[in-house]
Design a protein around this ligand. Structure first.
Ligand code: HEM
Length: 233
């Protein structure tokens, strides 16, 4: 019980630090604070937490020092679900300009990939309770978690990339609009770079443990260098 509490505490602190950091970044970039900034920060926090969950598997297999972190996957996954659920609520109700289903009608791919992510995360959350887990059986439960987390990662990455691509393109083209810090890249672009690093690390594992051990630091260095260069554009 004590250990479970500690794991939730650590996962909670990681989530608060991520969301808090994003709120500060977006507020400084735009020069004002509003509910939309909270919404964007929770949305990216959810995706980043999911990215960490997907990263811990290969990291623990490639490097021993990440073995302990594998225990935090469940708690981080639950917090990814909760932050994602608040984002969906804010997007569909307080912030929706054309009603709760406006986005589903105007941008079906964007809306339904996001919804798919939320539905799978809700399911994974429900089956995370010990009693349900035992009813399903360990082998089947692991398979559901395994595929569920992967499909959610791809669905939400698609949701964000399709939605945000025009904004990234405009910013990369030198048009920043009325931003207090126009030189700072969109937070969603930095999140996309992190998720690309996660996907590349996972794909590298398919090439064997030795290749993955060599490629993971290469992908990490590339992600850091690209992110830093974006600030210098
Ligand atoms: C758990 C599932 C979901 C996750 C993790 C998620 C994640 C994201 C991310 C990372 C962004 C980019 C944030 C940014 O602009 O910096 C975003 C934007 C957005 N998402 Fe989702 N999303 C999910 C489901 C949904 C659903 C079902 C809807 C509603 C139909 C939705 C509506 C929006 C809207 C309106 C934006 C743009 C917000 C803005 O630019 O201010 N999302 N989402």
């Amino acid at each position: 019980m004590k250990e479970t509490l500690r794991q939730y505490l650590v996962a909670g602190l990681v989530s608060i630090a991520t969301a808090g950091g994003l709120i500060l970044y977006l507020t400084a970039r735009r020069g004002y604070f509003d509910l939309s900034i909270v919404n964007k920060s929770l949305a990216s926090t959810s995706l980043i937490l999911l990215g960490i969950v997907l990263l811990l598997g290969p990291l623990s297999r490639i490097y021993n020092r990440f073995d302990k972190w594998i225990n935090y996957r469940k708690e981080l996954g639950i917090l990814a679900f909760l932050t994602g659920a608040v984002h969906v609520y804010l997007s569909m109700f307080p912030l929706a300009r054309r009603g709760p289903f406006g986005l589903y009608q105007s941008r079906p791919l964007v809306a339904y990939t996001g919804l798919l992510g939320l539905v799978i995360m809700t399911y994974l959350f429900i089956i995370s309770f010990e009693k349900i887990k035992q009813k399903i059986g360990m082998a089947k439960w692991w398979k559901m978690q395994y595929w569920g987390a992967r499909i959610t990662g791809v669905a939400i990455f698609t949701h964000m990339a399709v939605f945000k691509y025009p904004e990234w393109n405009t910013w990369l083209g030198g048009e920043a609009g009325k931003l207090a810090r126009p030189g700072w890249p969109p937070a969603s672009l930095l999140t996309a770079i992190f998720i690309s690093f996660v996907f590349l690390t996972r794909f590298s594992e398919l090439l064997g443990a030795k290749t993955a051990k060599f490629l993971t630091p290469v992908w990490l260095a590339a992600a850091v260098i690209i992110s830093v260069l974006l600030f210098k554009l």
